[in-house]
Design a protein around this ligand. Structure first.
Ligand code: AHR
Length: 663
C-alpha cells in the first residue's frame, strides 16, 4: 500500500515537473525593486476572555473547582462527602458563617462518627492533575466547633480512594476562622493522571467549616496565583505582540451587574467575589486585572485594554452624560491602576498588590461589538470616553468597536468624529475567508487603521481542522499584505477545555484537559506566520493562479445557486531589511500539489539554499486532538537551487513559509 502511494506520488510529481500538464503553471513575481508598505510591528497578538473555561479550568492554574462555594447557592457543587466504614456525617452549605462580605457561604461538615475515614473531596476541573516530583501549594480557611484544637489532613487521592499521592497535616484548627497555608509533594514513582481528587480529612467528630479552598501546582515563572506553564509555553511560541482583554462578551456581561468590574478583580483572592460570566458559569476572577497584566509582562506583550462602555449583552445601555460618567471614571481609574506611579491612588493600590512598577499602555478599546447596540448610543458614548481618556492620557490610541465592518461584514456608521482605529470581527467558513482574503486590498488608506480584534475560520470542533487552517492562512496573507492598514489582529477564541461541558464556542485554537494541552492546525498557522515575518511587505504579482469552485449544499444547488469561483492559491511576502531574509507564505487549498514558478525582480543576491516550513494534511477534515496532538504539525524542509527564477511544488492542502536569504 505504501509502495503504491509512493509510486503515485512519484508519477504525479514527475508529470508536473516535466510540465506535461497543459495548464500554464502559476507564477509569482516578487518585486524586490518596488517599495513595499511597512509591516505593523504589532500585527499578531492574542485575544482572550473567560469562555470555554479559558481561565477557571484553563490557563489560571487553580485546581479546586467551586473554591468559594458560590457556584450554586443551594448545594456545594463539585464537593462530595467521603465516609468509609462506620463514618457518619453530612455536608451542607452554611450561609451563616461568612469570612467576609465577599464570601458568605461556607462548606460545613457535621461529623458524628469518624469511622475509618471521613471528610470531603473536590473533583477539580475534570480531575486533579497528579504529576511526579511536583510540589502543590494550597490554602484554606477553616474553623471547627469545640474548644480543643483539631488537626486536618489535606492531600490528593486517587478517585477510588485507594492511593494517597501526597498529603500533609493542618494542625491548630479551632473555633475562629483562620487561613492555613500548606504544601505537599508527590513522589517520583507515580504516573501522571487526572483521575484524582483533592481531599480534606478529619479525625475527630464535631462541626467543621471551610472556605476559599485553593490548590496550585507549579506555575509559569513561579507566580503565586499564576498560570499553567504548558499553556503559557504554547502561547510564548506564538510570539504574540499584544493581549486584548478582558473581552469580548465577558467585558460587557449579560447585565450591568455582571460586567467585568475590574476593581473587584484585584487584591487578595479573598477580596474577589467573582461574578457570573455571560458564557454560563461563574468566574472566580482569580484571573483579574493584575494577572492579565502580568501575563503580558511574562510574554512581553503589550496590553490592549478594553474598557466597559455602558452597553451590556441584554441590549441595555446608558446614554452619554451624567449617568455614564461613573463608568468613564471607572475606566480612568483602571488606566491609572495600570499606568500610574505609586504616588497616585490606584498606582499605590497596584504597588500594594505586589507590582510597584507601572505597566506601559498604548491602546484602549471603548467597549466591545457596540454595533449590536441598535439604539445608536455608541457614537456619543464613544466620544465621552474618548474625550475623557485623551484629556488625561493624550498618548493613548483609542479603538472604536464601531465604524469598521460588523461580524456580518456590514459597514457600521462611525461615531461622528474621525476615528483612529476600528475593531472589526470576522467569524467565517474557510471558503468565506478565502473569498475575502483580498478584502483589505481595497480599503481606503485615508480612514482609520484596522484592528481585527477577533477572527477565526470556524470549521472543526472543539479545535479547528486543516480546512480552517487553510482558511486562516489565506485570510492572514491578506492582513499581512495590508499591515500598513491592519495594524493588529488576534484570533478568537484562544482556548477550550475539551472535557464534556467545557466548551461554549465550537471552534477554538488551543485545547486542553487537566493534564495536557495541544494546538489545532490553526494554532500552527499562527506560529508559522508570527515567527516568520519581515518589516517590509514585498509586492507580488501573481499569474495563472488556479481557482477553486465553491461547494454548494444540496439545498443551495436545488435553489439554483451557482457556485462561485475564487482563487485557490494565496500568497504574501515580507522582507527583513536588516538580515535580508525574505519570508514567502503560500497557501494551496487544492487537493493536488501545485507547481509554481517563483521569480524575483530587482537587484539582489539570493543564497541558493533556504528553508520551507510546511503544514499539510491528506484531507481538509484532518485535525489534532487531545489524544492525537501531533497529527498535523509543521515540518521543515531544505530548499535547494533557489535562484532569480525557480520552480517549487506546493503540496496539496498545504501552507508553506519559505525563508530565503538574500544579500
Ligand atoms: O469570541 C466569542 C465572542 O464572539 C466574543 O465574546 C464576542 O466579542 C464575539 O461576538
Amino acid at each position: 500500500m505504501q509502495n503504491r502511494t509512493f509510486i503515485t506520488t512519484f508519477i504525479t510529481l514527475w508529470l508536473m515537473s516535466t510540465n506535461l500538464f497543459s495548464q500554464p503553471i502559476p507564477q509569482l513575481t516578487l518585486h524586490l525593486d518596488q517599495p513595499g508598505v511597512t509591516v505593523s510591528p504589532t500585527l499578531y497578538g492574542l485575544m482572550t476572555e473567560e469562555i470555554n473555561h479559558s481561565y477557571d479550568g484553563g490557563l489560571y492554574a487553580e485546581l479546586i473547582r467551586n473554591r468559594a462555594f458560590k457556584d450554586n447557592p443551594k448545594t456545594p457543587d463539585h464537593w462530595t462527602m467521603i465516609q468509609d466504614s462506620g463514618a457518619i456525617g453530612k455536608i451542607s452549605l452554611d450561609h451563616n458563617q461568612k469570612i467576609n462580605n465577599a464570601f458568605t457561604a461556607c462548606l460545613r461538615i457535621d461529623i458524628e462518627n469518624c469511622g475509618k475515614q471521613i471528610g470531603v473531596s473536590n473533583d477539580g476541573y475534570w480531575g486533579i492533575p497528579v504529576k511526579p516530583n511536583t510540589t502543590y501549594k494550597g490554602s484554606l480557611y477553616a474553623k471547627s466547633s469545640g474548644l480543643q484544637n483539631k488537626t486536618l489532613i489535606v492531600g490528593i487521592e486517587s478517585t477510588d480512594g485507594k492511593i494517597m499521592y501526597a498529603s500533609t497535616k493542618i494542625p491548630g484548627v479551632n473555633d475562629k476562622w483562620q487561613v492555613f497555608h500548606f504544601t505537599f509533594t508527590t513522589s517520583s514513582d507515580i504516573k501522571p493522571t487526572a483521575d484524582a481528587k483533592f481531599v480534606i480529612l478529619a479525625n475527630e467528630k464535631g462541626i467543621y467549616c471551610f472556605n476559599l479552598v485553593s490548590l496550585f501546582p507549579p506555575t509559569y515563572h513561579n507566580r503565586s496565583n499564576g498560570n499553567r506553564p504548558d499553556i503559557m509555553e504554547m502561547l510564548a511560541t506564538m510570539k504574540p505582540k499584544f493581549l486584548r482583554f478582558p473581552g469580548g462578551n465577558y467585558l460587557e456581561g449579560n447585565m450591568f451587574s455582571s460586567r467585568f468590574e475590574w476593581e473587584k478583580t484585584i487584591g487578595s483572592i479573598a477580596d474577589r467575589p467573582g461574578h457570573m460570566s455571560p458564557w454560563g458559569y461563574r468566574s472566580t476572577d482569580g484571573m483579574g486585572l493584575l494577572e492579565f497584566l502580568e501575563w503580558c509582562e511574562d510574554l512581553k506583550m503589550q496590553p490592549v485594554l478594553a474598557v466597559f462602555a455602558g452597553y451590556t449583552l441584554n441590549r441595555d445601555h446608558l446614554d452619554s452624560g451624567a449617568f455614564l460618567k461613573p463608568f468613564v471614571d471607572e475606566a480612568l481609574d483602571e488606566i491609572q491602576y495600570i499606568t500610574g506611579d505609586v504616588t497616585t491612588k490606584w498606582g499605590a493600590e497596584r504597588a500594594k498588590d505586589g507590582h510597584p512598577k507601572p505597566f506601559a499602555l498604548n491602546y484602549v478599546e471603548i467597549g466591545n461589538e457596540d454595533g449590536f447596540d441598535l439604539s445608536g448610543s455608541y457614537a456619543q458614548r464613544y466620544l465621552q470616553f474618548n474625550d475623557a481618556i485623551k484629556a488625561k492620557y493624550p498618548h493613548l490610541h483609542i479603538i472604536s468597536t464601531v465604524g469598521g465592518k460588523d461580524p456580518l461584514g456590514r459597514r457600521v456608521p462611525a461615531p461622528s468624529r474621525d476615528l483612529e482605529i476600528v475593531d472589526e470581527h470576522y467569524y467565517r467558513s474557510a471558503f468565506q475567508m478565502e473569498e475575502n482574503a483580498s478584502q483589505f486590498d481595497n480599503y481606503s488608506r485615508k480612514g482609520p487603521k484596522v484592528f481585527v480584534g477577533e477572527w477565526a475560520t470556524r470549521e472543526g470542533s472543539p479545535t479547528t481542522n486543516m480546512n480552517a487552517a487553510l482558511g486562516d492562512a489565506a485570510w492572514m496573507t491578506g492582513m499581512e499584505r495590508n499591515s500598513d492598514l491592519v495594524i493588529m489582529a488576534s484570533y478568537a477564541p484562544l482556548f477550550v477545555n475539551v472535557n464534556p461541558g467545557g466548551m461554549e464556542w465550537r471552534s477554538d485554537l488551543i485545547g486542553y484537559n487537566a493534564l495536557a494541552c495541544y494546538g489545532s492546525p490553526s494554532y500552527y498557522v499562527q506560529t508559522m506566520f508570527s515567527s516568520n515575518i519581515g518589516n517590509k511587505v514585498v509586492p507580488i504579482t501573481g499569474e495563472n493562479i488556479p481557482t477553486q469552485l465553491q461547494k454548494l449544499s444540496a439545498k443551495d444547488s436545488m435553489n439554483g445557486l451557482t457556485p462561485k469561483e475564487i482563487p485557490a492559491l494565496f500568497y504574501v511576502a515580507t522582507r527583513d531589511t536588516v538580515s535580508g531574509t525574505i519570508f514567502l507564505k503560500i497557501v494551496n487549498t487544492l487537493d493536488t500539489p501545485q507547481k509554481a514558478m517563483i521569480r524575483f525582480e530587482g537587484k539582489t543576491k539570493l543564497i541558493s539554499t533556504g528553508k520551507a516550513i510546511v503544514l499539510k494534511a491528506n484531507n481538509p477534515e484532518e485535525t489534532n486532538s487531545i489524544n492525537n496532538p501531533n497529527n498535523i504539525v509543521p515540518h521543515t524542509v531544505i530548499i535547494k537551487r533557489i535562484a532569480k527564477k525557480f520552480n517549487y511544488i506546493f503540496p496539496a492542502y498545504s501552507i508553506t513559509v519559505m525563508k530565503i536569504k538574500s544579500r
